[in-house]
Design a protein around this ligand. Structure first.
Ligand SMILES: [Zn+2]
Length: 220
């Protein structure tokens, strides 16, 4: 089977997304690129997260053409491929419907950086796109533009997306976003949350990226 290890990793992190309630039912999706071949392993459209295995993961090229797989790729394939073509610093894209990030998506409010751990992962405030129906090239362009060179973006009236160097890194980003959205919402009931200074956020994020770069070098 082509790219067996990466497909296994994508299936494993897809199940972790489901188990940790970043997604429910068959919602959301994940893709990861093999840096050597440039091929992308992506969750199939629909299907049951709990029983997802490497064989269910579809291998596509950078334009979304199926190279190997028994199912159709995710309906959000145009977005995954566009982000991965534009961003050479990341190799994984994760789309979630986590509760608190989704709550921010319906009020079109960016998620501020209020926790040191989240600052490391997110590197700055997480912006929100206006509402647009997903699954099209036009939507993909909008999300890619608002994401810019960031680690995450909220889709107006829909959910969220995280990007990272691999599934493990991206899973941390998705949880950092959800934790920030959740703690901010709770903290607002206690008083006025205080955001972290931007220089501190910048430095924490740089240290975290360096940590992942060194870890990746260890495994190379
Ligand atoms: Zn969705």
């Amino acid at each position: 089977m082509l790219l067996f290890e990466l497909r296994t990793e994508v299936a494993r992190y897809a199940r972790k997304m489901y188990d940790s309630q970043l997604v429910r039912a068959s919602q959301g999706n994940i893709s990861a690129r093999d840096p050597k071949s440039g091929l992308i392993c992506i969750k199939p459209s629909g299907g049951d997260y709990e029983s997802l295995t490497a064989e269910d993961i579809v291998v596509i090229d950078e334009h979304g053409k199926v190279v190997e797989g028994k199912w159709s790729p995710s309906t959000e394939t145009p977005l995954h491929t566009l982000i991965l073509r534009r961003r050479h610093d990341i190799h994984c894209v994760m789309h979630t419907h986590s509760f608190y990030a989704s709550a921010f998506s319906v009020v079109h409010k960016p998620v501020p950086v209020i926790l040191a751990e989240s600052a490391s992962c997110l590197g700055g405030e997480v912006p929100v796109t206006p509402y647009k129906r997903s699954g099209t090239e036009e939507f993909a362009e909008l999300v890619a533009e608002v994401l810019g060179d960031g680690a995450a973006v909220i889709w107006g009236n829909h959910g969220a997306m995280a990007v990272g160097t691999n599934p493990s890194h991206t899973f941390s980003v998705a949880h950092a976003l959800e934790d920030s959205a959740r703690i901010y919402t709770i903290a607002r009931q206690l008083g006025d949350p205080i955001t972290l200074p931007s220089q501190e956020v910048h430095e924490l994020h740089a240290l975290w990226l360096e940590h992942y770069r060194l870890k990746a070098a260890d495994h190379a």
